[in-house]
Write a protein that binds this ligand. Structure first.
Ligand code: PEP
Length: 256
């Protein structure tokens, strides 16, 4: 049976003390009961990863990006081995904001994926179509092309070494959530692609998270869908109350 991930992408929000306070509160919430299959992850900015990692015992800590280079003269970049040396468990790659503002391609995302795998960090690979692409009826084609590019030549052993986040670009930070039916339709396409690429057993073990204006009010319905295994959440992950509410809803949704 697959886990349910509630992963908070904090983007460029929270300073050192806010990060510390959130993580302390989250840790005490997670210790109140057994969350079973529900797994919490938070993704602070790079400078505060170590502090988050030092506080959180019951949640994963994710970086928001990583360099495609293993080491060397790349000012401002952070390598996968440096993240691994901090004990970081996950790393978001290919987020639409990086694709849009930093011109990141599927090939680059693939390089980052490989660096993370070499260092045993679980990549959270983001894919998703723009509004124009959806309106043009290209959602399936775009998403599958992104999968082909990001996973080209990538071998997986258990299926648990990678998480996929389907994030329709038009739903990120806009307040427009894909309906649970719209999200499920794409998640099912993604799982079908995984089955073709990696076989039924691995495809069934792989986690596909939904991202795009997910919040306590809609996370329950999204998690009821058979191919939605959690959420990658931006805005609604910033307040401890709403993040914990989503964890509690996930638990009620069969997380134990
Ligand atoms: C995101 O940035 O990954 C995201 C899903 O943001 P939001 O929840 O704010 O739409």
């Amino acid at each position: 049976m697959r886990n349910i991930f509630i992963a908070g992408n904090w983007k460029m929000n929270k300073d050192a003390s806010q990060t510390q306070q959130f993580c302390t509160q989250l840790e005490s919430h997670l210790q109140e009961r057994d969350f079973g299959r529900v797994k919490a992850i938070v993704a602070p900015v790079h400078p505060f990863l170590a502090a988050a990692e030092g506080i959180l015992r019951s949640a994963g800590v994710a970086a928001q990006d990583v360099s495609a280079h293993p080491q060397g003269a790349f000012t401002g970049e952070v390598s996968a081995s440096q993240l691994a040396s901090l004990g970081i468990s996950h790393c978001i790659i290919g987020h639409s904001e990086r694709r849009q503002y930093h011109g990141e391609s599927d090939e680059l995302v693939r390089e980052k994926l490989l660096r993370l795998r070499e260092n045993r960090i679980i990549p959270i690979v983001c894919i998703g179509e723009t509004l124009l692409q959806r309106e043009d009826g290209q959602t399936r084609e775009v998403v599958l092309a992104q999968l082909e590019g990001c996973f080209e030549g990538v071998e997986l052993a258990s299926g648990e070494e990678v998480l996929i986040a389907y994030e329709p670009v038009w739903a990120i930070g806009t307040g427009k959530t894909a309906t649970s039916a719209q999200a499920q339709e794409v998640h099912a396409e993604i799982r079908a692609w995984l089955k073709e690429r990696y076989g039924e057993e691995l495809a069934q073990k792989m986690h596909i998270l939904y991202g795009g204006s997910a919040k306590p009010e809609n996370i329950g319905e999204l998690l009821e869908q058979p191919d939605i295994d959690g959420g990658l959440i931006g805005g609604a992950s910033l307040q401890i109350e709403s993040f914990c509410a989503m964890l509690d809803i996930a638990l009620q949704n069969g997380g134990n």
